[in-house]
Design a protein around this ligand. Structure first.
Ligand SMILES: [Zn+2]
Length: 405
């Protein structure tokens, strides 16, 4: 069974936006930009729609059949690298083929702009900070903001977008918003496939972008091809292979851990007024203009504030967090992550240990719990290494069997 990608066209459906639209599996899928940015939409090719179809194809095993043209380079890399790698990370993913009527191999006329996907979070602020001294042809010219699954509803998205727009205006950086309904195509969770999914809106505006920067979530030591990994664990491996003859993709920031990124961000004075890490949808929807940007108590606010507090910098952020609310329940948060095996929680606890962060030592049950945590952390690290080695050996064995055939 196939998923047909066809009937590409553009139309001004509303008075304020311009749409790039295609029919996929009978559904109308769109990428929309403000009318003044309509010239950046690429109408000639289906690259964005093919990438948007990947999660659906992984779930259903349906081939992607394109009734039109796609980038030769993207086609080659999806077929030979990206899809096979994604298949190695989840035993429930199904294999599929991609075919197209035509492959294009020339670059398309573009503004050659350099866009950074920007949300005002730790990853994107870190990317902004580390790129500030880049050579001219690598300097960020545009912030890109996508409505493609990261937030739960339009109100939350618009509230967060307002914050990004205010910073962009202060920095004199242009901002391009891309709205899309690609989430209609899949039931897979956003966290499972978000970095692949976020390539699609960027590919839709190739007439603007010569380079697209995407902030990676994980440190290189935690990235790799292994069962149970998300697409974010693959960022430095596959994202650069999802560019085209016109637009190169860069996965950036993996040389830093989340703790190190937070420290880098704390050197950027704009983050004191614009940092936005909050994932509490209700808070974001109901937030008044006088309320701080972040709730201060959701897991992401807690993790960020605990890291900043251990670094002695949380007070710099009193305008964007309600620090009193955070202090009130901080110890409960620490207790909740002591048994959390995720690398991001462990990094924070390691930092606390290194810095002899007193609230952790003051917790009444701390000694036994911390010993318990250290044992668990060591076992978890060891288990991950063994698992990755086994996986690697399995892949080598499969490769050599194929060679023998
Ligand atoms: Zn929050």
């Amino acid at each position: 069974m196939n998923s047909q990608v066809e009937s590409i066209f553009d139309s001004n459906i509303s008075s304020s936006k311009s749409y790039l639209t295609a029919s996929i599996d009978g559904k109308t899928i769109y990428f929309a930009v403000q009318k003044e940015n309509a010239k950046y939409l690429i109408h000639e090719v289906y690259d964005a729609f093919v990438v948007a179809s990947i999660p659906l194809a992984l779930q259903t095993g349906r081939n992607i059949v394109v009734n039109g043209s796609i980038s030769e380079s993207l086609f080659y890399n999806l077929k030979n690298e990206v899809i096979p790698i994604l298949l190695m990370t989840n035993k429930d993913y199904r294999n599929f083929e991609i075919s197209a009527q035509e492959l294009y191999s020339e670059s398309i006329n573009s503004e050659n702009a350099i866009g950074l996907a920007f949300s005002c979070g730790i990853d994107s602020f870190c990317s902004l900070e580390i790129n500030k001294d880049s050579p001219t042809n690598f300097q960020i010219t545009h912030f890109l903001n996508f409505y493609a699954g990261a937030t739960h509803n339009k109100v939350e998205h618009e509230n967060k977008l307002g914050n990004v727009k205010n910073l962009a205006s202060l920095l004199g950086i242009d901002i391009i918003e891309v709205d899309s309904n690609i989430t209609d195509l899949i039931t897979m969770s956003h966290s499972q496939i978000h970095s692949v999914r976020n390539m699609a809106p960027a590919l839709a505006i190739q007439k603007l972008l010569g380079k697209f920067y995407y902030s990676s979530a994980y440190h290189y030591k935690d990235c790799g091809v292994f069962q149970g990994g998300t697409s974010a664990h693959l960022d430095p491996i596959i994202l650069a292979k999802m560019g085209t003859e016109t637009m190169k993709v860069y996965s950036i920031g993996s040389r830093f851990s989340r703790v190190e990124k937070t420290e880098v961000v704390s050197c950027n004075k704009y983050s004191y007024d614009f940092l936005d890490v909050c994932v509490d949808t209700d808070y974001q929807v109901q937030r008044k203009e006088s309320d701080p940007m972040n709730c201060g108590v959701c897991w992401k606010c807690n993790r960020t504030l605990l890291t900043l507090e251990i670094l002695g910098k949380e007070k710099l952020y009193e305008r964007v967090f309600n620090l009193d609310k955070y202090y009130f329940q901080r110890d409960n948060y620490i207790k909740s992550i002591i048994n959390d095996e995720s690398s991001l929680s462990q990094e924070v606890l390691e930092l606390a240990k290194e810095n002899k962060f007193s609230p952790i030592e003051d917790l009444e049950y701390d000694k036994l719990t911390l010993i318990n945590w250290k044992i668990k952390a060591t076992i978890s690290k060891y288990r991950k290494k063994v698992f990755q080695r086994l996986n690697r050996n399995k892949l080598i064995a499969v490769a050599s069997t194929r060679r023998r055939k």
